[in-house]
Design a protein around this ligand. Structure first.
Ligand code: C5P
Ligand code: MG
Length: 191
């Protein structure tokens, strides 16, 4: 049983790689960004709250995303494992994830951190904005804010996972297949 956190700034390639890895290792792919966008599309109460926050590139309150993750984990009690993509985004979210996994008798196996420098991230997101239909991908100042929010609130998780020996840095530059290969080599080393 394996539970992976796929980590990295916006535009690092988490969603792209999560699709390959969840298939390869038969893991349930949980993307909080995708879940929130579904809530927005369905115009639920959560979606209504999340919409403006996402448009500005800010973070949705911890309790809200933690509850969404818990709901998905509860729905999949016999899962082989989970691949968390875009979650946790803050230290309290990481602590809540640890507590949830303990409840299921599990733990985070590894945190795989895709490393890509800022200029490349902005280029990728601006490019993605032409096809993704995501308002938060098309606006340079929102993209820059998302990267700032990442640096301020999400990057401290590197230390959080380093302290338990779960952190693995992976070069996020190169072809999609090369990066998948690097991630797979890390996963195969997971005890
Ligand atoms: O992960 P992704 O980039 O798809 O997330 C899109 C947006 O959803 C983020 O920029 C943020 O506004 C919101 N989000 C959040 N908290 C999370 C995951 C996503 O606020 N844990
Ligand atoms: Mg994503």
């Amino acid at each position: 049983m394996i539970n992976l956190v796929l980590f990295g700034p916006p535009g690092a390639g988490k969603g792209t790689q999560a699709a390959f890895l969840s298939n390869e290792y038969q893991l349930i792919h949980l993307s909080t960004g995708d879940i929130l966008r579904e809530e927005i599309a369905a115009d639920t109460k959560i979606g209504q709250i999340a919409k403006d926050i996402i448009c500005r590139g800010e973070l949705v309150p911890d309790t809200m995303v933690i509850n969404l993750i818990k709901e998905q984990m509860d729905k999949n009690p016999t899962a082989n494992g989970f691949l968390f993509d875009g979650f946790p985004r803050t230290v309290p979210q990481a602590e809540a994830l640890d507590a949830l996994l303990v409840h299921y008798g599990r733990s985070v196996s590894a945190m795989l951190s895709l490393e890509v420098e800022k200029e490349e991230l902005v280029n990728r997101l601006m490019n993605r904005g032409t096809t993704s239909g995501r308002s938060d991908d098309s606006n340079r100042s929102v993209i820059e804010n998302r990267i700032e929010v990442y640096n301020e609130k999400t990057a401290p998780l590197i230390q959080y996972y380093q302290s338990t020996g779960k952190y693995e840095a992976v070069n996020g530059i190169g072809s999609i297949e090369d990066i998948t290969g690097r991630l797979k080599r890390c996963i195969e080393r997971v005890p």
